[in-house]
Design a protein around this ligand. Structure first.
Ligand code: SF4
Length: 465
């Protein structure tokens, strides 16, 4: 007898990674169009949790209009005689995994960024109430994490009620992150790995170190340790650091071996503190992207919540597509906001001295962790909206990247190949030419690519300089 026989759709790992497109969706919960959304786990005393209780505050799914987006808060309150507050982050991250087991239900991201879609087919099969969603969560929490003895789940869709809890949730996330700061990568002998997102990006492994928070921003090194202890067969596991191969780039033999094994050989080498050559892979849950801007030899940063286009004319979604999918793409780097607060933040690429642009909101959030002399030298959307603006801004502020420009200009002059006026010359021909984009591999057969002008730049020199 299935443990989910009272649920109108199937529940199982085969549904992980299922995508629900806009035209297939019954409703959207949270997501980019709404500010107030969250999921939060809290550990409570035994007498404050009623085991199995599911509460809905506000309209239920069946009361929602087809095709619309609604705010949502998910509150999981757990109790257990050996359950500690330190496990809240671990419990909370399981919401993502468990909800994705539900047929026709897609859960993306974490914390204050959740984005959920319910498919029309699942709705038509009867999945029309949060009660079912709550039952699935309840059963999975109890069966997968026996340390949880009681759990109650609340779904909040009433915007007025979400508001207060949302602010409280933000404070709790910040307090959790602050607790995890201070410990250094050199001071531990184990890192932690997470493969929860392999259903979406099979060649992705998050390597969670004290100074490199998980890409989703939901799992600190402490959470990783707690998770591996309470559920050793779960998605989070210990990584023996092994030999330190390169201190500057953050390369460890144990990390390489584990990532190679867990990606079935797809990724063989990981450099933790750089966006070049062998960067840490990115799944799709990252909170922000660092993107290299060759025109100024610096990095832009953009977070998922940024609504406009970045300084290079691309929105977060396009940059995220270029970054995601478990690949190692030179100059594109998925990360958490908390990693920006780390001393190891892109350390091998010159850290904050290399950052030239970021949204104002993110700057405010991480301001105290940007070296004081750099704060005013980094542009936001208010200072620069295109590359020309950005160059002028950086010049006026004497940004450290300026030192790299002279060298670059000389190199470019030496390697520019320009076609005769009006003519186009083939610059690449290939029997098969694979292009990776947005999680797909596009293969061009017998391709010939023409260009008016070709600029050849050495990425290695750019990185070094
Ligand atoms: S982003 Fe990384 S740490 Fe977060 S759930 Fe996915 S794999 Fe795990």
């Amino acid at each position: 007898m299935s443990m989910f026989e009272d649920i109108p759709v199937d529940v199982g790992v085969i549904y992980e990674g299922e995508r629900i497109r806009r035209k297939e969706m019954q409703v959207e919960l949270g997501g980019p169009s709404l500010k107030e959304k969250f999921e939060l786990a809290k550990v409570k005393p035994m007498n404050e949790v009623e085991d199995g209780k599911i509460t809905i505050i506000g309209p239920d799914i069946k009361d929602m209009e087809e095709g619309k987006a609604y705010p949502l808060g998910i509150l999981v309150e757990a109790a257990g005689s050996t359950l500690e507050e330190a496990l809240e982050g671990v419990i909370e991250r399981r919401i993502h995994g468990y909800l994705n087991f539900i047929e026709g239900f897609m859960h993306l991201n974490q914390r204050y960024d959740i984005w959920i879609r319910l498919g029309k087919k699942a709705y038509q099969k009867g999945l029309n109430s949060f009660t079912y969603i709550g039952k699935v969560l309840y059963k999975l929490f109890k069966s997968e994490l026996p340390i949880i003895e009681k759990v109650q789940i609340t779904f909040i869709t009433d915007p007025a009620k979400i508001q207060g809890l949302y602010s409280e949730a933000l404070q709790i996330y910040e307090a959790r992150d602050a607790k995890a700061r201070g410990l250094k990568d050199e001071e531990v002998d184990k890192f932690y790995g997470c493969v929860l997102c392999q259903s979406f990006a099979p060649s992705h492994v998050c390597v969670i170190t004290p100074q490199r928070y998980s890409n989703c921003g939901a799992i600190s090194w402490f959470d990783g340790r707690a998770s591996a202890q309470i559920d050793p067969k779960g998605p989070v596991f210990a990584i023996e650091k092994g030999e330190l191969v390169d201190a500057e780039k953050g390369e460890y033999s144990g990390v390489n071996e584990t990532v190679k094994k867990r990606t079935l050989g797809d990724v063989e080498q990981v450099w933790l503190y750089t966006a070049f050559d062998h960067p840490h892979t990115s799944c799709g849950c990252f909170e922000a992207v660092a993107f290299y801007i060759p025109e100024v030899e610096g990095f832009g940063l953009v977070n998922r919540g940024f609504k406009g286009v970045t300084v290079n004319g691309l929105p977060f979604s396009t940059l995220a597509d270029s970054t995601a999918g478990g690949r190692q793409i030179d100059g594109f780097h998925g990360m958490s906001i908390e990693y920006m607060r780390s001393n190891k933040f892109l350390a091998a690429d010159d850290g904050w001295n290399r950052v030239v642009w970021l949204p104002k909101e993110v700057k405010e959030r991480v301001k105290d962790f940007i070296p004081a002399e750099m704060v005013d030298k980094i542009a936001t959307e208010e200072d620069a909206q295109n590359i020309d603006d950005l160059k002028a801004f950086l010049n006026s502020k004497d940004h450290p990247v300026l030192a790299r420009w002279t060298e670059e200009a000389a190199e470019e002059a030496a390697t520019e190949i320009t076609a005769e006026e009006g003519a186009m010359m083939p610059v690449a021909t290939a029997g098969t030419l694979p292009i990776m984009a947005g999680g797909f591999k596009i293969i061009l057969k017998d391709a010939k690519i023409y260009a008016k002008k070709v600029i050849i730049r050495s990425m290695k020199d750019e990185k070094k300089s």
